[in-house]
Ligand binder design. Structure first.
Ligand SMILES: Cc1cc2nc3c(=O)[nH]c(=O)nc-3n(C[C@H](O)[C@H](O)[C@H](O)COP(=O)(O)OP(=O)(O)OC[C@H]3O[C@@H](n4cnc5c(N)ncnc54)[C@H](O)[C@@H]3O)c2cc1C
Length: 486
């Protein structure tokens, strides 16, 4: 196993459970890859960026369970939105069954005008009618989410204050550069097909603490985790991966290899001959990346009571109250000293990349003080800006064409990583799915097939009844539309 991010850890734990002796090599001194945390010189634990999951991320949930981290994720059923005029809106399931469970809070959502809500309802209905698979998503090369919304006559308010707000955070890309199938899938799986898919899970500990159980699990089953061990090259003989090279000419061999490194790192490692001969590996450089910026503020006093809030019409997209989320956990949020530690997230932050850090701090502080009145008189004790220029792969229209499967044409070489073919965007869920898929591919080739990938959440409420009716109709020769995506 090469790479100790979520994909490599998921594949490693799965294969160890299947009885393989797993050796995992990670170049950095810690596990978790892009979803990790580190300790500042003053002892403060800082996530490289706030990470959240949703109720519909069934494989990530399964992975956390396997490694004993499930109880370190707090789930919230209320999502709060705030606009610069101080109007609040929330999403919270009411008593109605899916797909109407969020209808009450949507109807009362103050930052949206009635005409915005009507246009949104029309587009959501279209997703529902087609079981999350509107026919124009099949267009070759894909269409952008913005184009899909325009075809459905969405108002500017609906686009800016609803679709963009949800999707830029979920997919880390602007609507005109997002394949509509990813955008529609978010709404189908998280908001429409069942009551719990939208629930937001936030780690109650710094991210790196979620992986303590992975190393233990691999070692308990006879394997090992080797940190500070970058792979420098692949030894390919007669179409087979015969070994991997490390620094100082050291080589390691294994029965099979899973490369769970970012696609940009894999392109540099692969010999040109392999890239030219394997159709799946030929186009890795066509997969683009998009940035996320995290801003960390430490105030001298509490400025926010909510665990998190989404800002509308602002550069800052989310504010997380890390002091409240961490509670008393292990020194995290330590330097808050009776004050408060907030973390801000800006996805698809292309405009911020060239800006000096102080300018970003000033801009975000202004927005925080506008949104949270208590912050206006509070003193900012410390601030950090973390720019991740290649945070995720860009889910641009047609990108799935370039994402390789986990099994390659090189014997013994398997791939994992959020960028491989999972059908999911670049998320922790996508990374874990890819790891499970790589483990499944490897075991299939070894002649001992095993299933790790978990099914999506079952549709419930009226959606389940509707889908049940459709499948009965199609079984009895009816012409109901095909059930898809579940
Ligand atoms: C700022 C930011 C915010 C995000 N927010 C969210 C969020 O809220 N929710 C969500 O679901 N997802 C989020 N993501 C996406 C999520 O972090 C990734 O999709 C996921 O962590 C990718 O995991 P991975 O294992 O595929 O890749 P990585 O995490 O990149 O792991 C690859 C590993 O390979 C190692 N490696 C590379 N080259 C070598 C080599 N030659 N030898 C040995 N090791 C090597 C790397 O050091 C790394 O540990 C965010 C990402 C970022 C950057």
């Amino acid at each position: 196993m090469i790479g100790g991010g979520l994909a490599g850890l998921a594949a490693g734990v799965a294969l160890a459970e299947a009885g393989w002796r797993v050796r995992l090599f990670e170049q950095r001194p810690f596990l978790g890859g892009r979803a990790t945390s580190y300790v500042l010189p003053d002892g403060e634990h800082v996530d490289n960026c706030q990470h959240v999951t949703l109720g519909c991320c069934t494989n990530l949930e399964d992975f956390y369970r396997r490694v004993g981290a499930a109880d370190k994720i707090k789930f919230f059923e209320r999502l709060l939105f705030l606009d610069p005029q101080g109007r609040r809106g929330e999403m919270r399931a009411g008593i109605l069954p899916a797909p109407f469970h969020l209808m009450g809070s949507f109807a009362a959502f103050a930052p949206l005008a009635l005409r915005d809500k009507l246009s949104i309802a029309r587009a959501l209905l279209d997703i529902l009618r087609t079981n999350g698979n509107p026919p124009d998503l099949q267009q070759s090369g894909g269409i952008s989410m913005l184009e899909w919304l325009r075809r459905r006559g969405q108002t500017q308010g609906a686009i800016e204050r609803f679709w963009r707000v949800v999707l830029v955070s979920a997919l880390d890309e602007e609507l005109h550069r997002t394949d509509a199938h990813f955008g529609v899938d978010v709404f189908w799986k998280a908001f429409l097909s069942n009551r719990t898919g939208y629930r937001m899970g936030v780690p109650a500990v710094p991210l790196s603490k979620l992986y303590d159980g992975c190393k233990a699990e691999i070692e308990r089953r006879g394997g090992e985790v080797v940190l500070r061990s970058p792979v420098r090259g692949l030894k390919i003989e007669n179409g087979e991966l015969a070994g991997v090279r490390f620094d100082e000419g050291r080589e390691e061999t294994a029965d099979a290899y899973v490369f769970a490194v970012p696609h940009t790192a894999l392109t540099e490692l692969l010999p040109v001959s392999v890239k030219q001969s394997d159709l799946g590996l030929k186009n890795l450089d066509k997969i683009k990346v998009s940035p996320i910026t995290g801003v960390h503020f430490w105030f001298d006093r509490p400025v926010m009571a909510e665990p998190f809030v989404t800002l509308l019409d602002a550069t800052t997209q989310w504010i997380f109250n890390k002091t409240a989320l961490y509670g008393d956990s292990n020194g995290a949020g330590k330097s808050a000293h009776g004050g408060q530690y907030l973390q801000l997230v800006i996805s698809a932050s292309y405009d911020l990349l060239p800006k000096p850090r102080q300018e970003i701090v000033d801009l975000c502080l202004k927005e925080v003080r506008q949104a949270l009145p208590a912050a206006r008189n509070a003193q900012l004790l410390k601030a950090t800006v973390i720019k991740e220029p290649a945070a995720t792969f860009s889910p641009e229209p047609g990108v799935d064409r370039w994402r390789p499967k986990q099994q390659t044409s090189v014997r013994g070489l398997f791939l994992a990583g959020d960028w491989t073919a999972t059908g999911w965007p670049a998320t922790m869920e996508g990374a874990v799915r890819s790891g499970y898929l790589a483990a499944e591919a490897l075991l299939r080739v070894a002649g001992a097939p095993h299933k790790f990938v978990q099914p999506d959440l079952e549709p419930d409420g009226f959606v389940a009844m509707w889908l049940g009716k459709q499948s009965t109709a199609s079984r009895s020769g009816g012409n109901g539309s095909p059930i898809s995506g579940i």
